[in-house]
Design a binder for this molecule. Structure first.
Ligand SMILES: Nc1nc2c(c(=O)[nH]1)N[C@H]1C(S)=C(S)[C@@H](COP(=O)(O)OP(=O)(O)OC[C@H]3O[C@@H](n4cnc5c(=O)[nH]c(N)nc54)[C@H](O)[C@@H]3O)O[C@H]1N2
Ligand SMILES: Nc1nc2c(c(=O)[nH]1)N[C@H]1C(S)=C(S)[C@@H](COP(=O)(O)OP(=O)(O)OC[C@H]3O[C@@H](n4cnc5c(=O)[nH]c(N)nc54)[C@H](O)[C@@H]3O)O[C@H]1N2
Ligand code: SF4
Ligand SMILES: [Mo]
Length: 767
């Protein structure tokens, strides 16, 4: 292995072209085909894509965007990135035991995330023993025996941590949380802790349920859709098809974002002739180029303008009847806003003009049915929870919730991240869920809350965690403070990962490490009870089946359910009355139990066989707010903006068009005009001038935390870009090293991936 082949190109290789002003179209189709054929044969790629998002096929392993009704699906019901994610899994490349004999663990730990992923699918269970620097093959019996023995040897079950990433289906997720709780711990951190936790927290507090209440038909029928802090052109591409329908029916779209993302501007639908040869559809009717962290100020100002409009012309701006009947706290909230909102502060925090905010108010007043969608631009902020609560205040003022064409729409990331939560993957599941588990399985689940992701890292660093098991995901790259987190992970006695592909977390490991290779979404899953399918829940609470049809990447793979059921049996013996072997043989047995434990899943096995599946009820849509008082809550949120000291910038860390979370597929970000390297920092030209840097200069990026500590990410090429003054952007996970572990959102404990104070240092060596 030549070192140069395993490292990503540095900042000097970045080539910059003007950013695109539209998304998708023919180039998207071409890219999907190019990437797919680089991974696998035309026949295999074609077979896989025809199955993608079809009722008898598998659910896209990409994002959680919902599918249209069965009768309304295209033959090609996927986007460019869905095709890439799928073929990244369906790749023909394989990692065999010889690979691990050739490459030591320390060598692999230095290889880039992209290179590790490119080596192909994992094929054999592997173990790294204490003192060794190589993984070697191990059979399943011994691998699971080793893990079970370590778990049984713990002083307390709380010395184990079970991490889940949102690609895992409902059945494995249910089995994992059942196993952890039967063992005696709630240490069930997940990628949601890094993602939409702030949404869940804010929605629970205000509406009584942590999920969105919007469906695809709602989106189609809205008069006004606000999309805040999200880049759908890259991260939820089929959302653009839905917004196209909204626009065709006369709905308006407002985008709030520091960056003029191509997909928010114009969309050329590759499924339609007009999208192939025409101009496509303009998406945003109004684009508010907001400063990082300015959304709380924006919504407070907007809400104040609505209160004032109502005072000027009673009965025109607020839905008085709705507020009266369904909400609590309106007067205190209104009074608080009137006393605290200061326009100079709003304009500084948002970077917008008052006229722009007044235009938004007018658009709102012209809309009967309003929906707000959001993603990481809102949730990964210090003030994420108050910001989302203020968004809810806005919708409550207008009565735009729980009715057709209205509501809250947190746009989820991983394809089953919402379902995993529904199944009990959460370190703080409510008591009624734990009681239901107890009734069903006759053991007492622990009631003390477990560790979330950030707290799990702290506990590892303190030597309090002996065993780490990851169900999918890439823990050391997804989490903040990369160097600190890697050291923490290395303090574990045993780290084990149930994975489809190689990633950094396999190489930054405990004394003993296990790779437990598993089937992916695209593959056939045969058990003693016959061919199995899994189920997933999308971002709009629709639950449906997913069944792959490809031959498994290796005959040594076990399904996630098989691995977890066997591990549970080996660890717990007959300590609890759970039929683990039956679960493995036929996943229908797991669904029977889910039906009795999880609300909304009655007759699960029969209802899920219907094409397209079934929707979970959301009480908000029946006018019921499951808060303690039964009413939706207006909240008072203190005004706070994000600021950086003189000579510093605020950094957001985000995704390129060509990556799946911690895994870059290529070095390009087509829509933003970045090619050849990911080590770029997008900065406003005025900031470059003020800081005395020229376009193209290479810098180290240094984050400055409030306790005086600094963290450094080396070698970034400066790129002048359209972003508000004082706000910079760079890619995740290369910049995770800059995010201090203690820098988290208030209440939700989510790392602040979108608001880091940085300074720049020109690199001294010649380029
Ligand atoms: N192709 C692809 N698709 C994906 C993923 C992927 O990695 N690749 N990841 C999946 C996952 S797990 C998730 S969670 C989603 C993430 O989907 P997104 O949330 O779209 O992901 P990010 O790239 O983090 O983009 C954040 C967006 O928020 C904006 N933003 C940043 N700060 C602020 C702010 O203060 N205010 C406002 N209003 N906007 C702000 C950024 O400019 C950017 O457009 O995507 C999912 N889909
Ligand atoms: N700085 C910064 N950090 C962030 C973010 C950010 O915007 N900025 N975003 C955060 C967000 S929103 C999220 S969701 C997290 C993502 O964090 P994770 O979910 O932990 O990371 P992924 O990169 O999605 O995990 C990829 C790995 O999952 C495994 N995998 C893929 N498919 C399967 C499967 O079917 N089964 C199994 N068992 N394994 C599979 C593969 O081995 C692959 O290498 O990162 C977070 N971290
Ligand atoms: S929008 Fe998301 S779920 Fe749909 S095909 Fe694209 S990546 Fe897959
Ligand atoms: Mo996410």
């Amino acid at each position: 292995m030549r070192e140069s082949s395993t490292a990503d190109p540095g900042g000097e290789h970045a080539r910059v072209t003007p950013p695109k002003t539209w998304a998708a179209g023919v180039p998207a189709v071409a890219e999907a085909v190019r990437y797919s054929l680089a991974e696998t044969s035309p026949r295999r790629a074609g077979r896989t894509l025809l199955d993608l998002n079809q009722t008898k096929g598998f659910d896209c392993p990409g994002c959680a965007w919902p599918d249209p009704e069965p009768g309304e699906r295209h033959v090609n019901e996927y986007c460019e990135n869905g095709a890439k994610h799928t073929n990244d899994e369906a790749t023909s490349r394989r990692i065999t035991p010889e690979f691990f004999a050739r490459h030591s663990v320390s060598e692999l730990a230095r290889a880039s995330d992209r290179w590790l992923n490119q080596q192909g699918r994992l094929t054999h269970p592997m173990v790294k023993r204490p003192g060794s620097d190589h993984y070697e093959p191990i059979n399943w019996h011994d691998a699971l025996g080793l893990l079970a023995e370590e778990l049984r040897a713990l002083d307390t079950p709380d010395e184990a941590v079970f991490y889940t990433s949102g690609r895992a289906g409902n059945e494995p997720a249910f089995v994992l949380q059942l196993f952890a709780r039967a063992l005696g711990t709630n240490n069930l951190p997940d990628c949601s802790n890094l993602c939409h936790e702030s949404s869940g927290t804010a929605l629970h507090q205000t509406l009584g349920i942590g999920k969105g209440d919007v469906s695809l038909p709602d989106l189609h029928h809205a008069d006004l859709v606000l999309t805040l802090g999200q880049n759908p052109g890259s991260n939820h591409p089929r959302m653009l098809s839905a917004l196209e329908v909204t626009k065709r029916r006369g709905g308006k779209i407002v985008a709030v974002n520091p960056l003029p993302e191509a997909g928010l501007m114009r969309f050329k639908n590759p499924q339609k002739p007009s999208g192939v040869i025409g101009r496509g559809t303009n998406i945003a009717d109004q684009f508010l180029q907001i400063r990082l962290g300015g959304d709380l100020a924006l919504f407070q100002a907007l809400n104040l303008l609505l209160l004032e409009a109502e005072e000027a012309a009673p009965g025109t701006a607020l839905d008085r009847a709705f507020i009266e009947e369904h909400t609590e706290g309106f007067e205190k909230f209104a009074d608080h806003l009137r006393r605290t909102v200061s326009w100079p502060e709003v304009l500084t925090a948002t970077g917008l003009d008052r006229a722009q905010i007044e235009e938004l108010r007018d658009r709102v007043l012209a809309s009967e049915r309003t929906i707000v969608c959001w993603a990481m631009g809102l949730t990964q902020q210090k003030h994420a929870v108050p910001t989302i609560r203020e968004v809810v205040n806005f919708l409550l003022l207008r009565g735009s919730i729980g009715k057709p064409g209205t509501g809250v729409c947190p746009v989820r990331g991983h394809s089953n991240v919402q379902g995993d939560r529904t199944m009990g993957i959460w370190e703080q599941m409510p008591q009624h869920f734990l009681d239901a588990l107890e009734r069903e399985f006759a053991f007492k689940p622990p009631t003390e809350h477990g560790l979330d992701t950030v707290n799990a890292i702290r506990a590892m660093a303190q030597g309090r965690i002996k065993v780490f098991l990851g169900l999918a995901g890439n823990f050391v790259r997804a989490t903040p403070d990369s160097d600190f987190t890697a050291d923490a992970m290395r303090r574990c006695r045993l780290t084990a990962h149930i994975s489809t592909k190689l990633n950094r977390s396999h190489t930054v490991c405990g004394d003993t490490a296990l790779i437990l290779p598993t089937l992916g979404r695209t593959e056939r899953d045969c058990q003693s009870g016959g061919e199995q399918f899994l189920t997933v829940e999308d971002s709009m609470s629709q639950v449906h089946a997913s069944a792959g049809h490809l031959e498994p990447a290796s005959k040594h793979l076990l399904s996630e359910v098989a691995i977890l059921s066997r591990l549970a049996r080996r660890t717990l013996g007959d300590q609890v009355a759970v039929p683990w072997a039956e679960f493995e043989a036929d996943y229908g047995h797991i669904r029977e139990r889910i039906a009795r434990v999880v609300p909304g899943f009655h007759n699960f096995n029969s209802r899920v066989t219907k094409p397209g599946g079934f929707g979970l009820p959301n009480p908000v849509n029946d006018g019921v707010f499951p808060t303690p008082s039964g009413k939706a809550q207006f909240t008072r949120n203190d005004f706070e903006g994000l600021t950086a000291p003189e000579g510093h910038l605020l950094l957001q860390t985000l995704r390129s068009h060509d990556q799946w979370n911690t895994v870059p597929y290529t070095m390009n970000d087509r829509y933003r005009g970045i090619h050849g390297s990911r080590r770029v920092l997008l900065v406003n030209p005025a900031d470059l001038r003020a800081l005395g840097f020229d376009d193209g200069v290479r810098v180290d990026v240094i984050s400055v935390w409030r306790d005086g500590t600094e963290r450094r990410a080396e070698d970034f090429r400066l790129v002048p870009y359209s972003t508000p003054v004082g706000c910079a952007a760079a890619y995740y996970p290369e910049t995770n090293v800059l995010v201090p572990l203690d820098s988290v959102a208030d209440q939700s404990n989510t790392p602040t991936s979108k608001g880091i104070v940085i300074r720049l240092e020109q690199r001294s060596e010649a380029p």
